[in-house]
Design a protein around this ligand. Structure first.
Ligand code: C2E
Ligand code: MG
Ligand code: MG
Ligand code: MG
Length: 283
């Protein structure tokens, strides 16, 4: 009876795996075609300062699928990493964001804005990551000081020295490094001390629990103080209410991102927002 159960169980597992593998390859093929067809787009989510002035945007990837509508990155980034498609996709994201920076540089209302780009671990680990980014900057003519690259902490568990070298090489070109989702992974103070990091983004889970949980409030305040002591720029993610914004402002947070200021939007809409804000401030 045990042997039969085992065989049945194995059969079920294999069937599930086959289904999985089939849809896996199907999805991979669809993503390749989507990249070639231009079905990926970047949306831009505003980041503001303590006086609600727009500092820049985080570029967030969207897949416009003819059958399934807009597919969010949570549905395809992992697969893109596993299949290696993240490399050409990540290249495309960087090129598109840098080309946008170069366009914005021509317009007074958007000239000073920054763009933050998410870089996945496997993309960053490519041996030619540094020359690739340099090439994209040179090719698009983007000002590197307007570009921020976001990494997550998990990346530094393996080969922190290699990571630090790559980061320094690109920082020498003038771009800045941001640690995304801070506090959710293997955060270590040693890492902060030794990596050429410019900015930290407190994960939205802390921000959303701030109002109800004393502990989360304490962690956020501690991070704000730590960043100001270490000279790091601190951005709070997932700011959704005026109360969260007010508290974070009062404690000395530097940058803010969240639905309170706007969701990720198409570039024309973001540019319009920036132009309206700029016109209002000069009147
Ligand atoms: P992330 O880099 O931490 O980006 C912030 C995510 O939080 C975005 O989700 C954004 O839409 C969402 N968000 C912003 N404000 C709020 C808020 O007030 N409340 C809530 N509930 N959510 C908010 P999104 O666009 O779905 O992206 C999810 C993740 O996918 C990103 O997290 C990032 O890790 C990854 N991702 C997005 N674009 C790219 C990309 O171009 N390359 C790579 N490698 N990863 C990307
Ligand atoms: Mg990010
Ligand atoms: Mg992230
Ligand atoms: Mg994040």
């Amino acid at each position: 009876v045990n042997a039969i159960t085992a065989v049945i169980a194995l059969g079920v597992v294999l069937t599930l795996m086959q289904v999985d593998m089939a849809s896996y390859h199907q999805l991979e093929g669809e993503m390749r075609r989507a990249l070639a067809r231009g079905d990926f787009r970047l949306h831009y989510q505003p980041q503001v300062d303590p006086s609600r002035r727009i500092l820049g945007a985080e570029a967030l990837l969207r897949w416009f699928n003819p059958d399934h509508g807009i597919i969010p990155p949570a549905k395809f980034i992992t697969l893109a990493e596993e299949t290696g498609l993240i490399v050409p996709l990540g290249d495309w994201v960087l090129r598109t964001a840098c080309a946008q920076l170069a366009l914005w540089a021509e317009i007074p209302a958007t000239r000073d804005l920054t763009i933050s780009v998410n870089v996945s671990a496997s993309q960053f680990r490519q041996p030619d990551f540094v020359p690739r980014v340099r090439e994209i900057l040179a090719h698009t003519g983007a000002d590197p000081s307007r570009l921020k690259l976001e990494l997550t902490e998990s990346l530094f568990v393996r080969d922190p020295d290699v990571a630090a070298e790559k980061m320094s090489a690109l920082r020498d070109v003038g771009l800045r490094w941001s640690l995304d989702d801070f506090g959710t992974g293997y955060s270590s103070l040693h890492m902060l001390r030794n990596l050429p990091v410019d900015e930290i983004k407190i994960d939205k889970t802390f921000v959303s629990r701030m109002a109800s949980e004393e502990q989360d409030r304490a962690i956020v305040r501690l991070l704000i103080d730590m960043c100001s002591t270490l000279g790091l720029f601190l951005v709070a993610e997932g700011v959704e209410t005026e109360e969260q914004y007010r508290l974070l402002q009062a404690w000395g947070c530097d940058g803010f991102q969240g639905y309170l200021f706007g969701k990720a939007m198409p570039v024309f809409q973001f540019s319009r927002l920036a132009e309206a804000a700029s016109a209002a401030s000069t009147n």
